[in-house]
Design a protein around this ligand. Structure first.
Ligand code: 8YV
Length: 323
């Protein structure tokens, strides 16, 4: 396979880059900056495989290349809403992703955000660092109790279930889920979870709502002003899915006017730009898209992409094909 030309659009963990370099004719974008549309078009024309990340926007225009050499996009991540699947398929390009290997770490970050937001951890740390702590008092930085509270999980796939496991068995939380298609009763039973038919039904029942659904057009601004208004006034919204699932302006207003208790965000629409309106909210915890960011997981993601490529170029169907 050494003759297959493969492009890494960003730097990957060293061990994975080394192995990819042994197996393929590998080029790495050492600038480690997102490629623009023209660079992605050139990549599709020049390489047999392109291995994108979430920062590479494969819009329909990018696939409009006179002569495409690329046969496969091995996406480094489980979410692929940055790749227009219809256009990829029409160009005869296989797309794969990296499920399973990042579920546990992404759920860890969702738990981190939930605990930090509810217990005002970011706010407390800022106070200390600014030298503003006036000492212990009974009414100081009182947050919301997580243990035993009701957690609504929107999207009950691998990551949603990893979240349910932590919340239910670790924190005794009651789990309510909404998912399309409906979740099998035996899966719900594992977490003693209850299923509702619609998001509108789920929101008013929950103390915490954690988003684990795909991004893209189907879920664009799923959490809009009306739905934020259905949440309890002291409830928290957690998003480790995709930024576009939440209407950020509506969220900024809800946080500002206190119509919800707070929020924790790991992903943003238009990241890395953070809307100015969110920056001033003390009841908001923000992380820079760290869901899968552990050494172990980032390596596992890379090796999973490698496995998919090897299968593909040896004529087998890659296990993580998404189109
Ligand atoms: C990845 C993610 O690190 O897998 C995903 O969908 O959001 C992240 O954990 C990112 O997509 C890199 O491409």
């Amino acid at each position: 396979m050494a003759q297959q030309k493969v492009l890494l659009t960003r730097r990957w963990p060293e061990a994975v880059e080394a192995r990819l370099g042994e197996v393929f004719d590998l080029t790495v974008n050492r600038a480690d900056k997102p490629l623009d549309g023209d660079q992605l078009r050139t990549a599709l024309a020049d390489y047999d495989a392109v291995l994108p990340t979430v920062t590479d926007r494969f819009s329909p225009q990018v696939f409009d290349v006179p002569k495409t050499r690329a046969k496969i996009l091995g996406n480094y991540g489980v979410g692929f809403s940055h790749i227009d699947l219809g256009a990829a398929t029409a160009s005869g390009i296989t797309v794969t992703n990296t499920p399973d290997v990042l579920s546990e770490c992404t759920a860890d970050i969702a738990m981190t955000l939930m605990l930090m937001a509810a217990r005002r951890a970011g706010e407390g740390e800022r106070e200390l660092r600014r030298g503003k702590w006036a000492g212990w008092r009974p009414t100081h930085m009182v947050g919301k109790k997580v243990s035993g509270a009701t957690l609504g999980i929107v999207g009950f796939g691998r990551i949603g279930q990893a979240m349910a496991r932590r919340a239910h068995f670790g924190f005794g939380m009651k789990i309510v889920v909404v998912n399309v298609p409906a979740v099998a009763p035996e899966v719900l039973a594992e977490y003693d979870a209850r299923q509702v038919d619609t998001l509108d039904e789920l929101l008013p029942q929950c103390d915490f709502v954690s988003l684990h659904c795909p991004g893209g057009a189907e879920n664009h601004h799923l959490m809009n002003a009306r739905r934020l208004g259905l949440m309890k006034p002291d409830a928290f919204l957690i998003n480790t899915a995709r930024g576009e699932v939440v209407d950020q302006q509506a969220l900024a207003q809800a946080l500002w006017f206190g119509t919800i208790g707070g929020a924790g965000l790991d992903v943003f629409e238009g990241e890395p730009i953070i809307p100015y309106e969110l920056l001033g909210s003390d009841n908001l915890v923000m992380l820079p898209h760290l869901g899968s960011a552990t050494r172990e997981t980032r390596e596992a993601m890379g090796f999973r992409v490698l496995d998919n490529l090897v299968d593909f170029f040896e004529g087998r169907d890659p296990r993580d094909r998404v189109n």
